[in-house]
Design a protein around this ligand. Structure first.
Ligand code: M6R
Length: 609
């Protein structure tokens, strides 16, 4: 959803900006640009297409300057083009702006500026910001930015430079992430931590409506009214390699393979062995008061919502508590009935998804207790929620979410088990067995990954299918949803998920010889039902892939192919059964010649509506 960077220091800014933008390309990649200031003059270079197009464009020129801003775009206002790329400048070209977000009142502001004689060149909402800053400029860029943000409605993270003020960059955010990197004789801004790691590990997470003014040797912070305040920095302890591909062809493949380690990390700090194994959730203030909760409400988007669908089954099954799961973009426009006795779980890998944050804020207003399950330390969600449970999956760069999903599930199991114990739904003995089963999942995931080659071979045979339907019941239905999303978003194959029992109510009309039907068969009590669903689609010409346990034979004669997962409790299978489907989606995308890390029309974190 656009990545912004900025640099001020001793180095030439251009290579630093390009290098930092490379780490943010996952956020948007339909155009890119930089603005660099030297000797009182800003040079702007922009190009439609991936960052490499911009790199090629500037390869033969020397763009000097120790201060600059850069942008990689995911178009919202105006098609991807050179002119619509950022940075955008004011009419004089003295002020340059990069922006991530959406200015909702931009057409009103644009009309007002046009009535004041401003000629617009692009179709972007960002150009409005550049003109407004110029309009408000009286020799103090900070004052002009403060005046400008009073007029802006919507969401933004902005970096601004001005020819008249060659010693500083101004940055401000509202509802969009922005981080300041504190270096030694140099300072940076970026939308996300990976862009900063080569330069510094000391970062300031900007708050909403907080303004940072970066000089090469210091950073000053102000509130939206211009009052200066102090701020502490945080230390990022990621290993640089976790933001690199580490020998894998794509981030997505690397992240799929990181799941065994990520699952173990998610569990590690939360399992304690006293006399017996127990779960420790002090981090979310878990206590006996939770027993009073009447209901759990889970809200999220995309893959995180699918984790929530699994979560509904988990909470009802293990904790015996009514649980609703909602798509955040729907929730925010409904009239949801919430009360302070509800436990509200918000799931988000990035912690920056606009719809998810809006749902969280609604629930907070209603007085619900908010627990955030997120991967990103310092994200808006983490900072605004009452309680935070980190997934500890490590940075997830690929647009398609994989390790974030399985670690989100792990967090939900832990909360539900503890809840179940508290509510008398789970005995101490059973809890111990369940914890052991959770601990085994990491090794079991490793085992599935060791048979990657057979998934790759199957994808090589099936990638041209025009329709892929995923079906299952209960937990398997939830995983059907996630598997269908994974396949469609990176391979562009039409794929859908059905609760297998719904087939006969409509979807079966679509099944023909060109259909691949993927049947999840891990819910033992429903094997007979799945058997008959499989026969129904087979009778209509579908090729059938079954995903079941490694020691389960009953589908051997009706499946065209079987992916096998190690035996665990039926209710824990989602963590495992999704893995072959992540690999299948990945290899179909590669076979079709697509870049799985940068699927068309998508961006990693959706910070706009
Ligand atoms: O960062 P979040 O978990 O809040 O993101 C939610 C969705 O945008 C995300 O899961 C999206 O659906 C992914 N592309 C799925 O792979």
């Amino acid at each position: 959803m656009c990545g912004i960077v900025g640099y001020i220091g001793q180095e030439q800014a251009t290579p630093v900006l390009i290098n930092a933008l490379k780490k943010l390309e996952y956020r948007g990649y339909d155009s890119a640009g930089i603005a660099v200031l030297d000797s009182g003059y800003i040079t702007v270079r922009k190009a439609k297409g991936r960052l490499r197009v911009l790199e090629e464009k500037i390869a033969t020129e020397v763009i000097r300057g120790n201060l600059g801003i850069g942008h990689t775009r995911w178009a919202t206002h105006g098609e991807p083009s050179d002119i619509n790329s950022h940075p955008q400048t004011d009419v004089s070209g003295k002020i340059a702006v990069v922006h991530n977000g959406i200015i909702e009142n931009y057409s009103k502001l644009k009309t007002w500026l046009e009535n004041n004689g401003i000629l617009f060149r692009s179709e972007t909402d960002t150009e409005v910001i550049a003109h407004l800053i110029n309009f408000n400029y009286n020799g103090d860029l900070l004052a002009a930015v403060i005046e400008t943000i009073k007029k802006l409605e919507g969401s933004y993270a902005i970096g601004v430079i001005c020819e008249n003020e060659p010693d500083r960059i101004i940055a401000v955010r509202k509802d969009n992430p922005l981080i300041v990197g504190k270096g030694d004789g140099e300072n940076l801004i970026a939308s996300d931590v990976p862009a900063l790691l080569e330069y510094t590990r000391n970062v300031y997470y900007l708050d909403d409506m907080e303004i940072a003014v970066l000089y090469k040797d210091r950073v000053d912070f102000f509130d939206e009214y211009g009052t200066k305040h102090g701020k502490d920095f945080s230390r990022v302890d990621w290993d640089i390699s976790s933001a690199e591909k580490g020998g894998y062809e794509h981030f997505m493949l690397k992240e799929i393979h990181e799941q065994p380690k990520a699952l173990a990390n998610t569990l590690r700090a939360r399992i304690k062995t006293y006399a017996s194994k127990a779960i420790n959730l002090d981090e979310i203030g878990f206590n006996s008061g939770w027993a009073k909760a009447e209901r759990v409400v889970i809200t999220a988007c995309g893959t995180a919502w699918h984790a929530g669908v699994v979560g509904k089954y988990i909470f009802e099954y293990f904790a015996g508590i009514p649980t609703d799961v909602d798509i955040a973009s729907e929730y925010r426009y409904r009239n949801p009935i919430l009360n302070p006795d509800n436990i509200f779980i918000i799931i988000s890998q990035s912690g920056e998804t606009a719809d998810t944050l809006a749902a969280m804020r609604m629930a907070k207003k209603a007085g619900a207790k908010i627990i955030a399950v997120t991967n990103v330390v310092g994200s808006t969600l983490a900072r605004e929620a009452d309680l935070v449970m980190y997934t500890w999956a490590g940075p997830e760069i690929a647009v398609a979410s994989t390790k974030a999903f399985t670690t989100q599930l792990m967090c939900l199991y832990l909360i539900a088990f503890q809840f179940g114990l508290l509510r008398g739904e789970i005995t101490g003995d059973r809890l111990e067995k369940l914890i052991l089963a959770l601990e085994n999942l990491s090794g079991q995931a490793e085992k599935i990954l060791s048979d990657e080659a057979s998934v790759q071979r199957f994808a090589a045979r099936q990638f041209n299918k025009t329709k892929v339907f995923f079906m299952g019941r209960l937990f398997d239905y939830a995983i059907s949803l996630e598997s269908a999303l994974k396949l469609k978003e990176i391979s562009y194959t039409h794929s859908e998920a059905f609760a297998a029992g719904e087939l006969k109510h409509g979807p079966i009309a679509l099944v023909d010889n060109d259909t691949l039907a993927v049947a999840f068969c891990t819910q033992s009590e429903l094997f007979d039902k799945m058997d008959s669903s499989i026969k129904q689609v087979k009778a209509r010409g579908a090729t059938v892939l079954v995903i079941t346990y490694e020691d389960e034979d009953r589908f051997n004669s009706i499946a065209d192919e079987i992916f096998r997962i190690p035996r665990t409790y039926d209710e824990l299978t989602p963590v495992l059964s999704v893995i072959p489907c992540q690999l299948f989606a990945y290899y179909c995308a590669v076979q079709r010649g697509h870049d799985p890390d940068k699927p068309r029309n998508l961006a990693k974190s959706v910070t706009v509506e």
